[in-house]
Design a protein around this ligand. Structure first.
Ligand code: TYC
Length: 120
């Protein structure tokens, strides 16, 4: 499979040469600002039926957290209704959501998972 090369930074924009009053040619360089990519947070939502132990395992497995951190995040979700499990690029966040929903469906739990842009 062909791998994509990283995108090149944009070339500085150079406008048409202008003449100043003294007859010399002046080139104006305007460097384009490159913004960092929008990041997405993956959020688990609380429900009344998914077992706490299952949520802790999901957070460990799909978000690479240790058992203590995963338990803290699970308890936060249980108490607040939602909790951020990780922050990723858009594609990786969407894949995490799919993986969590598939694991929950397979196990017969109604666990919900979403991704949303991180506010800057
Ligand atoms: N509220 C669930 C319970 O009491 C536990 C739970 C935690 C469910 C986090 C979902 O994302 C969740 N069994």
């Amino acid at each position: 499979m062909a791998t994509k090369l990283p995108a090149k930074p944009p070339e500085p924009q150079i406008r048409q040469p202008q003449r100043d009053d003294g007859g010399s040619v002046v080139l104006e360089r305007r460097t384009q600002k490159v913004k960092p990519p929008q990041m997405y947070q993956v959020v688990l939502l609380n429900d009344d039926y998914t077992p706490m132990e299952f949520v802790v395992v999901v957070i460990q497995e799909y978000f690479n957290k240790d058992v203590e951190t995963a338990t803290q995040i699970m308890l936060k979700i249980h108490l607040d209704g939602r909790g951020v499990c990780g922050v990723y690029s858009k594609d990786v966040a969407a894949t995490k959501v799919d993986q969590v929903l598939e694991a929950a469906n397979k196990a017969g739990h109604p666990l919900k998972c979403i991704s949303e842009p991180v506010e800057s």
